[in-house]
Design a protein. Structure first.
Length: 131
C-alpha cells in the first residue's frame, strides 16, 4: 500500500502515464465530458471532494507547465479564480472562452470529475518535465 499521495488506483495509473505536453482536465460535477476521453470520477456528493482539493492533489503529483481556464471563471466564480491564481502563481495561465475549453477536453488524456458544484470550476493542466 502507498504511504502517501493519491491513493485512487485509476487516477494513480493515469498520472504515471502522463508525459510532456499531455493534458489532463479537472472538472466540476456538471462539465460535459466527451465520451472518447477517459473519465476519472471522484465525485461523491455535491462539494465532495472539492475542485481545490482535487486540483491541489494532482498538482502535487505532476509537473505543470501551463494551464487553461475559462475566461468566465474570473467573474462567475471569483473564489475559484483566486484559488487558481494562488495555486499556479508561477505557471503560465491562458484564459479562453468556456466553449473553447469544452472543445479542448477532446484533446486531454482524461477528465477528473470532482464533486464541485460551483460554475466554471474547471481547468486543463498541460504537463511539463521535471528536468
Amino acid at each position: 500500500m502507498k504511504k502517501q499521495g493519491i491513493l485512487n488506483a485509476q487516477l494513480n495509473c493515469l498520472l504515471s502515464r502522463l508525459g510532456h505536453t499531455d493534458m489532463i482536465a479537472i472538472a466540476d460535477c456538471g462539465l460535459p465530458i466527451p465520451t472518447q476521453v477517459e473519465r476519472v470520477d471522484l465525485a461523491l456528493t455535491q462539494g465532495i471532494p472539492s475542485f481545490a482539493e482535487v486540483t491541489r492533489a494532482i498538482a502535487g503529483e505532476v509537473v505543470v507547465q501551463k494551464i487553461y481556464l475559462a475566461q468566465e471563471t474570473r467573474t462567475h466564480n471569483p473564489g475559484c479564480y483566486q484559488y487558481l491564481q494562488q495555486e499556479f502563481a508561477e505557471i503560465e495561465m491562458e484564459e479562453i472562452p468556456h466553449e473553447e475549453l469544452k472543445k479542448r477536453l477532446a484533446q486531454t488524456k482524461a477528465v477528473v470529475r470532482s464533486g464541485e458544484a460551483t460554475p466554471y470550476a474547471n481547468v486543463i493542466l498541460i504537463c511539463g518535465v521535471a528536468f
